[in-house]
Design a protein around this ligand. Structure first.
Ligand SMILES: NC(=O)c1ccc[n+]([C@@H]2O[C@H](COP(=O)([O-])OP(=O)(O)OC[C@H]3O[C@@H](n4cnc5c(N)ncnc54)[C@H](O)[C@@H]3O)[C@@H](O)[C@H]2O)c1
Length: 363
């Protein structure tokens, strides 16, 4: 299952074909071939990892933002501080997947030189799934820590003890390398539920866990429809006061530290904007013993997985495994719900992408 949709109701497509199609959408909108490929690769990677909320389903919203003149191909990120391990890149609201990839590569290069890098991409357009950048860092043999805020639109997430929203789904990610295996990857939003996951439940007429969402008066509810009412409902921060505190940490680490915009600045840009703070660590520079971090991580994962599974749980999983299992299950395919696919087709055609570029459905 993906995002609560029974797999039998999903469309199956060839992932490589979809990749070319999504690239073509960005290219038709004016981005060069390399940047179009980077954006498509990140979005499809999110679907393949099982996070449709940050996958190609975002394309229609991106196209609307482009048409409104709030995301332009000529806008590019630029380095505004390069001082030893300290790097700040002004995203200048440019295509986030490109700015975040460049920032991550710069972080890896800086950590190679200094043992550690603090790389802060500020005021970028939406960067997508943060685990994508965590995986880049871990695959290069480094440890990555990321804090991200969301601004540019009205907040959706309610602080603990409040009844109106003050921040958004602010994600946090930790990636640790392993030898010959996909990394340990903890990558989550600090909200109880992604807006897109609520949208899916609402479309199917399903309820969500009581208290995940709040109605416009701040009363806990199980009705996902409150997010589409006027006045609008909101989402609870995850883990009571702990997740709420973590969401504030995401604001302070990603924005306050490198002088980017915080949600408190109420930027109201009519687009989803992110600041992303990454700390990249060379584990070899930290070690005092013989065992490399990859081996220690394997031992820790084996230890956790050796715990007897709870009733009804087939296997104890560790962070990163659900994404690996989803990719293995999909093979060369991609799954998407028909309504979202229809919106992507419509957005592509509206930009002038040829109907012949639309991938055939395999099932
Ligand atoms: N750019 C943005 O503005 C933005 C904002 C919010 C979220 N996001 C992205 O949205 C994506 C989804 O976030 P989410 O909070 O819905 O994710 P989620 O609730 O599915 O949690 C994902 C994390 O939990 C781990 N996990 C899941 N099931 C597990 C299990 N059974 N056992 C052990 N570990 C398990 C996963 O490996 C992963 O690390 C993330 O990739 C995040 O980066 C981006």
């Amino acid at each position: 299952m993906m995002a609560g949709i029974p797999t039998s109701k999903l469309l199956t497509l060839d992932a490589a074909h979809v990749q070319r199609f999504i690239e073509q959408i960005f290219h038709t909108a004016g981005w060069n071939a390399a940047d179009s490929r980077i954006a498509a690769d990140c979005l499809i990677g999110s679907d393949r990892a099982g996070h449709a909320s940050h996958g190609i389903g975002l394309v229609p919203m991106y196209v609307d933002t482009i048409k409104a003149g709030r995301l332009k191909p000529e806008w590019t990120a630029r380095v505004i501080k390069d001082d030893g391990p300290f790097v700040v890149i002004d995203g200048r609201r440019s295509l986030g997947q490109v700015g975040a990839r460049d920032a991550t590569l710069k972080g890896i290069e800086t950590a190679r030189q200094h043992g550690i890098a603090l790389v802060n991409l500020i005021d970028s357009h939406h960067v997508g799934r943060i685990g994508h950048y965590g995986e880049m860092v871990a695959h290069a043999g480094y440890v990555g820590l990321f804090w991200v805020n969301v601004h540019g639109r009205k907040p959706t997430v309610v602080p603990f003890g409040a009844r109106e929203p003050r921040f958004s789904t602010n994600p946090h990610c930790v990636a640790i390398p392993r030898q010959g295996a996909d990394p340990f990857l903890l990558d989550f939003a600090t909200a109880e539920m992604a807006v897109n996951k609520a949208r899916v439940a609402h479309a199917k007429g399903e309820k969500v866990r009581h208290g995940t969402l709040l109605d416009h008066a701040g009363r806990p509810t199980d009705d996902p429809g409150v997010l589409w009412e006027n006045p609008r409902g909101s989402i609870a921060a995850f883990g009571l006061h702990k997740g709420s505190g973590m969401a504030i940490v995401c604001e302070l680490m990603s924005a306050a530290l490198g002088s980017g915009p915080m949600v408190a600045d109420q930027t109201e840009a009519g687009a989803i904007l992110n600041n992303m703070m990454g700390i990249v660590i060379d584990p070899a520079r930290m070690a005092t013993g013989e065992e490399p971090i990859e081996a220690a991580t394997d031992r820790m994962i084996d230890w956790v997985k050796s715990a007897a599974a709870a009733d009804g749980v087939p296997e104890v999983l560790t962070p990163g495994e659900p994404e690996q299992l989803n990719r293995a299950r999909l093979g060369t395919h991609l799954e998407i719900d028909p309504a979202t696919w229809g919106e992507i087709e419509k957005a592509a055609l509206s930009l002038g992408v040829s109907a012949e570029a639309i991938p055939h459905r395999l099932g």
